[in-house]
Design a protein around this ligand. Sequence first.
Ligand SMILES: Cc1cc2nc3c(=O)[nH]c(=O)nc-3n(C[C@H](O)[C@H](O)[C@H](O)COP(=O)(O)OP(=O)(O)OC[C@H]3O[C@@H](n4cnc5c(N)ncnc54)[C@H](O)[C@@H]3O)c2cc1C
Length: 441
Amino acid sequence: MTNKKEFLKEVILWTSLFVVFVLAPLFVAVIGHQEAYRGFWIEFGVALGFIGIAMMGLQFVLTARFKNVAAPIGTDSLLNFHRQAGYVAYFFILGHVIVLITADSEFLYFFDPGVNAPRAVALVSALIMLTMLVVFTIWREKLRIPYEWWRLSHGLFAFLIIFIGLSHMLMVGFYISELWQQVLWIFLVGFAMLLLIHIRVINPYKLSKKPYKTTGVWQEAKKTWTLEIEPDNHSGFDFLAGQFAWLTIGESPFSINQHPFSFSSSADVKGRYQFTIKELGDFTSSIKSIEAGTPIYMEGPYGAFTLNPEPREAFFVIGGIGITPVISMLRTLKDRNDNRKMTLIYGNPDTESIAFREELKELEQKLNFNVVHVVENPPDDWTGYEGFITEEILKTYIPEDVTGTDFYVCGPEPMMDMAEMTLRDWQVPVFKLKSERFNIV
Ligand SMILES: Cc1cc2nc3c(=O)[nH]c(=O)nc-3n(C[C@H](O)[C@H](O)[C@H](O)COP(=O)(O)OP(=O)(O)OC[C@H]3O[C@@H](n4cnc5c(N)ncnc54)[C@H](O)[C@@H]3O)c2cc1C
């Protein structure tokens, strides 16, 4: 986003669209509604249900990897919003049940297997699955649920919940008694469910037609490897420096083992893509053993953590493997002889973990660029900063004219929180600050 007006326009547009889509079912419900008024709390309880199911449906849109939706907001922010909206939708749906039963205990018959066993089982299952969605999302790591299994169950539960929700609405028929209202709901909910099928089935099928193959893997720093791939009989795609792609390694693009990685190569080098990957868990620890020729499926490009096309000053606050989108930016700017002023504050646990250390030194000579290393456990002969990146270090290097500079933050959570807070305190406008969080849920 290059200027404030454009940024505000995007924020207002997407927020308004979200609110309109969430509230639209209420307006649709009252059109042609002829049944008698049943008292405030009952109508309120029903409204909570309509809003809850609309929010659930929109969750599928937020995670459908639409580039136009993600671009202005950023994938990590979008997924963060998806998570928060999910919690709110949960409370709307729970509120729907609690308010209706409290207003009139007769509503308990929906859960009575003696009245209608399949309905009771479906509704209870939907509530259990909804609760599991929330619990597993909040406590996935504590519960030691592998990310891939969490992601698979997340999609499956969401699919079943929205299907049961729609069936429940159609069977109750209240507020959607008109045929056009029923068709509209089936169409909208069906569309939301199709989006999930699109990501899990159609996208992988398309990827299977455009495979890539590994050309090499080499060590970049301690526990950090660069993977290079090239298109296998097609022309690949272009990306912007700072963007990322989803990679699936092995024989099938339908595998649930699909992981996001930022491009570390220059956006101007066509037909070869590099990713620099830090060992963290099972998947990232397997990168070093990938052999040349191994098939890879790459979906992308995604992400809004990209360079300003205008040559404005850039200030990077980076920790550890967060360097990958930045090295792609620097390599691209070198390829373009771009002479904008840049400062990189780069934190690492030790000097062996500093990826691209020599190349960064060379780039200091070739670009209008300066690196400030901050090392937590440096060797005895270290003359640079020791410890973590702090507010004081940022204060020393931050440009005087913060409004004339673009800020980029990527790294471990605590470093990002500190950097974002500090930069905002120093009146860096929100639309000049780009962040990329690698640990998305
Ligand atoms: C936009 C983006 C860009 C990234 N770029 C890089 C990069 O350039 N280099 C790099 O080393 N790492 C990058 N990551 C992080 C990388 O995706 C995770 O480290 C990796 O997926 C961990 O997988 P694992 O099985 O080895 O570890 P695990 O121990 O299974 O997972 C560790 C954490 O990584 C995240 N994670 C795990 N699996 C997935 C998945 N399938 N999809 C999304 N997140 C997952 C979860 O937050 C999890 O808690 C990026 C992440 C994002 C979101």
